[in-house]
Structure formats: structure tokens, C-alpha cells
Design a binder for this molecule. Structure first.
Ligand SMILES: [Zn+2]
Length: 475
């Protein structure tokens, strides 16, 4: 079974490479679907729905910064069944609590700077280290990014926006809070999703302001094609009971809509990435039965265990997914059902992070995950990843993803089939320099993300290190 899956993974990896440049590091799994019908299947088709559960739009919230009032907002959202994402910095905060009651978190930089004031190595550290920082504190993947001060471009530096887009892609963010950024800088990185933002006001939310913007969107739906997601934001800065009452009024009035999917940005991002990358092929058509093969990226690569909804163009009497009957919904002559990720492709249940700020070759690690990685740079040109399996069981499906700054050429993910109990493994990769001068200044930050199965359960272990600082002339 595992051998078959691995073969599929590698074959599809190559297949998708040319289609979507941003998805070179994904692994894929295959699901078989059989649909039984009473009617003729000759002209039948199967497609993914643009929004989960065949809803009309996604509806979400986005709140920025490590602000303790976020929890008051979380309670209010929970009361009305509304989900959303808090965008967090590298500070002390109850990140786990922010991932309860239907909300989760995304990245908002390590120190909340204006990114474009920095050189590319500094920018990379700000956007890259926050991912393992947050994930290891919550044991939950982060897949979306929100710029502090909304700053991602600079009139005096025409390339910085494109550079940031390239960095976010290497790190694995495929959702962004700024639609302007997505439209201008992420062309070719086609699985970046976003949303239409409505701010009823940070300090004194106004129903009238909210509804004016909402109705403008709902009455003119051309925007839905790219990102059928409307979100409220941006800061929980309400101080008076009246301000909170106004916000509650909006949440109450716009909760429980039958045709809206109330979701976090993370789940929306995962859904839309699957929607764009899913490959559906028809295997056979008989008189009353049709069979399909569905190829989807791992949940650990899209960032959530979010199911994908498929729509069959006729009435089904039975739907089988990998030989098992599943629930389905019939609506106006069509059939809807979900594909949920199998356990081996789920998001990690444990996430660890070990950093090596002194670039020490000798591992010094705490024990949280079964696999313990350690990263260092040797002779200024080789990246050395040493991994130890400290668990009593064998680790399988080990995928090493290199997350390195733009001064080096991107390195493709590597796959290792297994590591027995107690095994050590060392991988040495040469770092190939890019030839752009603007990329080399500052201190490079290098990160490895290792995803694997520990006795069938997905885990993730990160390790990072720093290269030599190259001072920037005149700074
Ligand atoms: Zn902020």
C-alpha cells in the first residue's frame, strides 16, 4: 500500500510541476470514487465546487496583532457560529487559546515592521521564522500571511513586492490578506487565495457602513470567480459598550445564512488550493455506474484537514469512496459529497521547532517529536541536516522541505522512505548562490521542514540556522 502511494506521489509530483510553479513541493494522494445511478451516465461529469458544501460564498473574519481583546471577539464570534483567523507576531501570547472555538491563526511577521525598510535576508527572517514559531506553539499548521501595516511594496524599490511573493511561496503560504498584493505580485503562483475585505470600523463599527459595502459586493458578483470569500476585519479596537453592541448587531444579523460557508482563512485557503489543484479523471462508465480517480494534495501541504466537495451532474443512489459508502446530498438533479483526507495525508498532530542561532554543528535538541532534526551550514556553502529517530517505532514517508532565502536558488523537497528506531541520517546539500547582489546582504536564515509518519500519525519537525552576516554598504 505504502509503496503504491509513494509511486503515485512521485509520478504526480512531476505531472503538476509544469502546471503550477508554486506547487513544486506538494505530495499527492489518490482516491477512488464510484457513483451508482438509476439513470444513464453517458454524459455525466464530476467537478469540484468552488466553495465548500456547494455554498454561494465563504464568510470569514480577520483580526490582526497579539491583542488580548481578540479573545472577547472570539467569544462573540463563537456565540453566533462565525469563524475567522487571528494574524499573530512572534510575541508571548496564548496562541493555543486563539485556536479554540472555531478560530485559528496566521502569520503577521516576527516583530511587526514595515518589511520594505529591510534587506531581503531580514525580510525573509521576518516572514519565515514566524511560521515554525506559531506552529510549534499550537501544533497546528499556518498557511496564510498578513502584512504588518499592509506594507509589501515600495515606490523606490520596484522589485521588493515580487521578492516578497517569491519568499512567501518558498515558505508555503498560499493565502494572503491583501488582494492588491495577490493581483500585482503573485502571477504564476496560481494557488494564492485571498478575500474581499469589509471593515465596519475598528473603533466604532457601523452597520450602515458594513451593509453598504456588503451589498455592493453581493449585487455585483464578478469578483466571486477568483476569491468567493468576504471577510470582516481588521483590528479589535472597540473600547465602549456601544461599539461592542454595534459589532454584535452585525454578527447577529449576518450569522446562520444557509448559503454562506462560515470558515477560517486557513480552511478557506486549504479548500481553494485543493479546488485549483484537484485532478479528476473518469476511469469507467457503465450503464448505471461511473468510476473516477481523484488526485489531491496532502492536507499537510494545504494546511488543514478541510474536506473538498465534489458535484456529480446526475442523481446518485449510492456513492462509494475507496469502496466505502459515504453520505451525499441531492439538489436540483445533482449529487454532492465530500472527499476527506486519509489519515496518512492529514495535517501533523505534533509540531516541533529547534533553532541553531550560533550555527553549531553539534545537535542540542529537546524531545517533542519522534524525529529530531538539526540544521547547520558547513564551510559557508553546504547545508547539513542531521536527523535522529528517537522513538521506538519506524518513521515513514519522510519529506524534507528546504525553506531558504532568495540569495540561494530554491531546492526541491527530498523524500526518504523510512528511518528505523534509533537511526541517524545526515543529508548534505550544496547551497547554490543566486547572482543578484541585492539578495546577499544581512544575515541569511535557513529553515528545514520535515513531515513524516510516526506509526501512521503525521508529525512535523522544523530546524533552522543562520549564515554569516554580510554588511550592506552604507547601512
Ligand atoms: Zn498589525
Amino acid at each position: 500500500m505504502i509503496t503504491y502511494l509513494r509511486f503515485t506521489t512521485i509520478a504526480l509530483f512531476l505531472l503538476v510541476l509544469s502546471a503550477a510553479a508554486s506547487d513544486i513541493d506538494n505530495s499527492y494522494y489518490t482516491t477512488e470514487v464510484i457513483i451508482k445511478t438509476k439513470s444513464e451516465t453517458k454524459h455525466a461529469s464530476l467537478m469540484a465546487c468552488p466553495v465548500y458544501d456547494n455554498k454561494n460564498i465563504a464568510f470569514s473574519m480577520r483580526w490582526d496583532d497579539c491583542n488580548k481583546n481578540n479573545f472577547k471577539m472570539q467569544d462573540l464570534m463563537f456565540k453566533y457560529g462565525i469563524s475567522g483567523t487571528f494574524y499573530m507576531n512572534g510575541r508571548n501570547y496564548d496562541f493555543r487559546k486563539a485556536c479554540e472555538k472555531g478560530t485559528d491563526i496566521g502569520s503577521h511577521s516576527m516583530t511587526h515592521p514595515r518589511l520594505t525598510n529591510f534587506n531581503n535576508n531580514q525580510i525573509f527572517w521576518e516572514v519565515a521564522e514566524i511560521k515554525p514559531y506559531l506552529e510549534s506553539r499550537t501544533d497546528k499548521p499556518v498557511n496564510s500571511y498578513c502584512f504588518s501595516y499592509g506594507n509589501y511594496s515600495d515606490k523606490a524599490n520596484k522589485t521588493v513586492g515580487y521578492d516578497i511573493a517569491e519568499m512567501l511561496q518558498r515558505i508555503g503560504y498560499h493565502h494572503n490578506a491583501y488582494l492588491g498584493f495577490i493581483m500585482k505580485y503573485t502571477k504564476g503562483k496560481d494557488s494564492v487565495s485571498g478575500y474581499r475585505q469589509i471593515s465596519p470600523g475598528d473603533r466604532n463599527p457601523s452597520m450602515a457602513k458594513f451593509e453598504k459595502e456588503l451589498n455592493k459586493l453581493l449585487n455585483n458578483q464578478y469578483w466571486k470567480k477568483d476569491n468567493p470569500n468576504i471577510s470582516i476585519g481588521v483590528h479589535v479596537w472597540m473600547k465602549t459598550p456601544d461599539a461592542w453592541k454595534n459589532m454584535e448587531g452585525i454578527l447577529k444579523k449576518y450569522s446562520k445564512r444557509q448559503d454562506w460557508w462560515y470558515c477560517t482563512q486557513t480552511d478557506y485557503a486549504a479548500y481553494r488550493k485543493m479546488f485549483k489543484l484537484v485532478k479528476i479523471s473518469n476511469i469507467s462508465k457503465k450503464a448505471n455506474q461511473v468510476e473516477y480517480k481523484i488526485i489531491l494534495p496532502y492536507a499537510s501541504d494545504v494546511g488543514s484537514n478541510q474536506p473538498l466537495t465534489l458535484c456529480y451532474s446526475g442523481n446518485a443512489i449510492e456513492v462509494l469512496v475507496n469502496g466505502k459508502q459515504v453520505k451525499f446530498k441531492s439538489e436540483s438533479g445533482k449529487t454532492f459529497f465530500d472527499i476527506i483526507p486519509p489519515s496518512f495525508a492529514e495535517v501533523p498532530k505534533l509540531i516541533s521547532y529547534e533553532t541553531n542561532p550560533q550555527n553549531n554543528p553539534t545537535p542540542n535538541i529537546r524531545k517533542k517529536t519522534a524525529l529530531q532534526p538539526w540544521l547547520y551550514i558547513k564551510d559557508n556553502g553546504y547545508l547539513v541536516l542531521s536527523m535522529k529517530n528517537s522513538s521506538p517505532g519506524k518513521l515513514t514517508n519522510i519529506k524534507v522541505k528546504y525553506i531558504i532565502p532568495l540569495m540561494y536558488k530554491h531546492k526541491k523537497a527530498a523524500i526518504i522512505s523510512e528511518m528505523p528506531p534509533g537511526a541517524n541520517k545526515i543529508i548534505t546539500e550544496n547551497l547554490v548562490l543566486n547572482n543578484r547582489n541585492s539578495d546577499k546582504y544581512g544575515t541569511p536564515f535557513l529553515l528545514c521542514q520535515v513531515d513524516y509518519l510516526n506509526n501512521g500519525t503525521p508529525e512535523r519537525a522544523y530546524a533552522s540556522t543562520y549564515g554569516k552576516k554580510i554588511p550592506q554598504p552604507g547601512k
